[in-house]
Design a protein around this ligand. Sequence first.
Ligand code: ADP
Ligand code: RBF
Ligand code: MG
Length: 462
Amino acid sequence: MAPDVRGRTSADVAPEAFFASVTQLILDLDGTLINTEQLVDEVVSAVLHTRGVFTPSQVRIAMEQVRGMRPMDGTKAIIAILQLTDCTPESILAETSSLLNARWCEVNMMPGAKRLLEYLHRHKIETALATSTPSDFLEKKMASHDGWIKKLDVITTGDEVVNGKPAPDIFKLAMDRLGVTDPKLCLVLEDTPLGVIAAKAAGAFVIAIPSIQNDDGAYAEAGADAILKSLLDFDPRKWGLPEFEDRIDVELNHPDDTEGDMNSGYEKTDGKKAVDTVLPLSPFIYLGGPVVNGFGRGSKTLGIPTANLEITDGPAKREAEKLAPGIYFGWAGLRLTGDTDRNMTRDTDQKLIDTTERDRLDDTHSTNKTYPMVMSIGWNPFFENAVKTCEPWLLADFENDFYGAELRLKVLGYIRPEANFVSLESLIERIHKDAEVAKGALLLDQFAEARKDAYLTFEEER
Ligand code: ADP
Ligand code: RBF
Ligand code: MG
């Protein structure tokens, strides 16, 4: 997205046409509030592959085209796109829905969804759900979700309207039930292009939070008024609503590069210390596994080595799904074994070495240590990665590589979304600033204490 004259992307701001305060919110469910898309893709594509001979990408493209539709509409559309013969939509839907019903309990909420719902409830902001899911499916889908859905003012389901998304019916019905007098004061959050089209046709403002990667163009074309990377980046103040109030200030030690950095909120207060803000995660997220090979460009291209963890498969996958793509900070525990024992380390920031750590550093035989870390999780837009990576930079100097060593992370807070940059230098500068934000945050009591954790020192499993 091209930066505007103020150096911000349109994701940061409500559109010029928006001048009032939002009075109601309408939320999509799947892919917006709950993380169903991967599971649905996995189950439906497995069933489709039993019904015909397709390449994985044919199936993926077909599924992306129907995302947001009601289950029956989507199944019919997929049959048409893939030109499936000898099978009815009813038979496919019967199979996919029974497989899915057995697995809805695996589905997490989307990162930031709980925070948003609690905020809306706390501020008594009228909110509706507008889901393509029919009500009988919905009950099964939400069975393991502690009833938060019942706290919403209005629920509209796919079976209640004649036409499903991309038709505007479901949003119009939600607006009727909310008693909306002016659709332009309604804000819709949607993850699919078809949902965006439907909400725009109903007259609402729409924020897209894409569940289809690397295709912001499709959302812009659908008419999205703003595109965010995740719910964590929704700023209600820009829509005339009260602020979240849960980001906390962090003092930065090296505010030399503040000039001209409009994007960062990196401001000098009373001409001295620069401050930034971070969003504490609640609960903290634990990730662990062996350090794996990445693209080999962290240290080479950026001078910033990142000890990649496998998150598309294996034990860390489910935990990593709880994190929106973005930049985070926390503590890392590292168990060096065999050859990697020779590694001598030195914390780059002495203030972050507590007494226990100092003892451990003196004991050259001990190899389990904890380090401050800053990490990126996602698709690295600057390099347009096709796979999601988790890349922690341990804020210490190591003499040797430690591929294969056991790494454990306790992720404490969110710094910012993944971004694209005009140059490699500006990406590098920004990552160094992230490290300063991480170090500043880790000095705060609430995050400093989190270092004492038997998981990080390999005394306990999780
Ligand atoms: P890759 O793309 O394979 O991850 P990098 O260039 O990012 O390659 O280098 C990462 C490797 O460098 C890590 O796997 C680790 O073995 C080593 N390394 C050295 N110092 C650090 C550090 N401070 N933080 C993270 N990894 C480091
Ligand atoms: N890559 C991006 O494309 N955009 C980013 O905003 C971004 N931020 C990062 C922040 C931190 C703290 C770290 C450690 C990495 C970040 N990267 C980002 C990832 C970087 O591109 C990646 O580590 C290298 O490509 C090496 O694989
Ligand atoms: Mg790396």
